[in-house]
Design a protein around this ligand. Structure first.
Ligand code: PMP
Length: 416
């Protein structure tokens, strides 16, 4: 066919911008001095600045001065000590699965890369078919749907998760949807600090979820993008994944080090694979090599070196845990401060969910009209869903944000 209007690209439709990046662009363009960005999911200090973790600075210097290092290609599956230690922090120091040699890792470009190659593997090899349903929580991080769609899955469904009325987990709906799902369906589970709701199942609820999934042969694909951010403790935040492994599940766990190492632009992730035995892991990794070879061929080294160096030194590891706790504690403080201000103002509604939710985000319950009011009238940028990044709050802007939310809620009470 001849090119239309003189260009081979003339028929390319304009794609819709990615909402969260558009929001950041709008924020940058805003010249109002009061402006606040509660959109993007990245940590900010109380001065509203990005934070290079002190342990990361230190390790970067060590790497720069280490003349034994070079810029040769890494193996296709990545830096071995990075892969092994990433799986170790997901599954635990004393994980029997690791001791039994039935765990493998694939270094990836961020958590997104881990999800993508995991999805690609499942489409090619899982249960012999691409018609296997993939279930994503409602709501979820919007990229889950896109990643699995782009990997070729045709049947993507949602499972009930959020109960807007109680502003909590719809455990009954969740369990019913697990019961109804065809056997062998794939379930994307947020390991901790669910994005965007900040609401995780309790340990008792995870046990119920695991029991149904086991009985119905459902495949758990954990997304672990916020380990350490939920409770400030790496082990506590990995409880669900470790419980599933202890229950004998085979599973995938996509790990991101973007948030807990603050290495957003280095693209550091790992896909941890747990299988029944060593032989299954080895064949799976051999196919993962094929997928990576045609995707990014081999991964970048800088971020993986930073993480691996930190995780293999007891001193640096301890320092990193302290840095993670600093971030998690600041989030907790901002939650308490925002809630107490809204309650003191007598803002209509209940605000206990702000401190009950965990992780980087809070699902405020603000409707889309209230969100629009905050953006247009108050220069406070947040997602249309009402999700706010707690790290966007600082001791300096808390009063302004709280009084603006108060005004939005009192002025605009009709549901959107
Ligand atoms: N999963 C979830 C739930 C996330 O929120 C994010 C980051 N926003 C990711 C995965 C991807 O992280 P990364 O930037 O490492 O690709």
């Amino acid at each position: 066919m001849a090119p239309v209007a003189g260009s081979v690209f003339a028929a390319v439709p304009q794609a819709v911008p990615v909402a969260v990046f558009q929001l950041t662009a709008d924020f940058r363009a805003d010249v109002d001095p009061r402006k606040v960005n509660l959109g993007v999911g990245a940590y900010r200090t109380d001065e509203g600045q990005p934070w290079v973790l002190p342990v990361v600075r230190k390790v970067e210097r060590m790497i720069a001065e280490d003349t034994s290092l070079n810029h040769e290609y890494l193996p296709i599956l990545g830096l071995p000590e990075f892969r092994a230690n990433s799986s170790r922090i997901a599954l635990g120091e004393d994980s029997p699965a690791i001791q039994e040699n039935r765990v493998g890792g694939v270094q990836s470009l961020g958590g997104t890369g881990a999800l993508r190659i995991g999805a690609e593997f499942l489409r090619r090899w899982y249960n012999g078919t691409t018609v296997t349903p993939v279930y994503i929580s409602s709501p979820s991080w919007e990229n889950h749907n896109s990643v699995f769609t782009d990997a070729g899955f045709k049947d993507i469904r949602t499972y009930r998760y959020w109960n807007g009325a109680t502003r909590g987990l719809d455990i009954q709906g969740f369990l019913e949807d697990l019961e109804k799902a065809p056997e062998f369906s794939i379930f994307i589970l947020h390991a901790c600090a669910h994005n965007p709701t900040g609401t995780d199942p309790t340990q008792e609820q995870w046990k119920q979820i695991a029991a149904v999934m086991k009985r119905r042969f459902l495949f758990p694909f954990f997304d672990s993008a916020y380990q350490g951010f939920a409770s400030g403790c790496l082990d506590r935040d990995a409880w669900a994944v470790r419980f599933f492994v202890s229950e004998g599940f085979e599973l995938f766990c996509a790990q991101s080090f973007s948030k807990n190492f603050g290495l957003y632009n280095e693209r550091v992730g790992n896909l941890t694979i747990v299988a029944k035995d060593a032989d299954n892991v080895q064949r799976t990794l051999s196919q993962m090599e094929k997928i990576v070879r045609t995707t990014w061929s081999n991964p970048p080294s800088q971020g993986a070196r930073i993480v691996a160096t930190t995780l293999t030194s007891p001193e640096l590891f301890a320092e990193w845990k302290g840095n993670v706790k600093t971030m998690a504690d600041r989030v907790l403080l901002m939650r308490a401060e925002l809630r107490s201000r809204l309650e003191a103002l007598g803002t209509p509604g209940t605000w206990n969910h702000i401190t009950e939710q965990i992780g980087m985000f809070s699902f405020t319950g603000l409707n889309s009209k209230q969100v629009l009011f905050l953006i247009k009238e108050k220069h406070i940028y947040l997602m249309a869903s009402g999700r706010i990044n707690m790290c966007g709050l600082t001791t300096k802007n808390l009063d302004y944000v709280a009084s603006s939310i108060h005004e939005a809620v009192t002025k605009i009470q009709t549901p959107a």
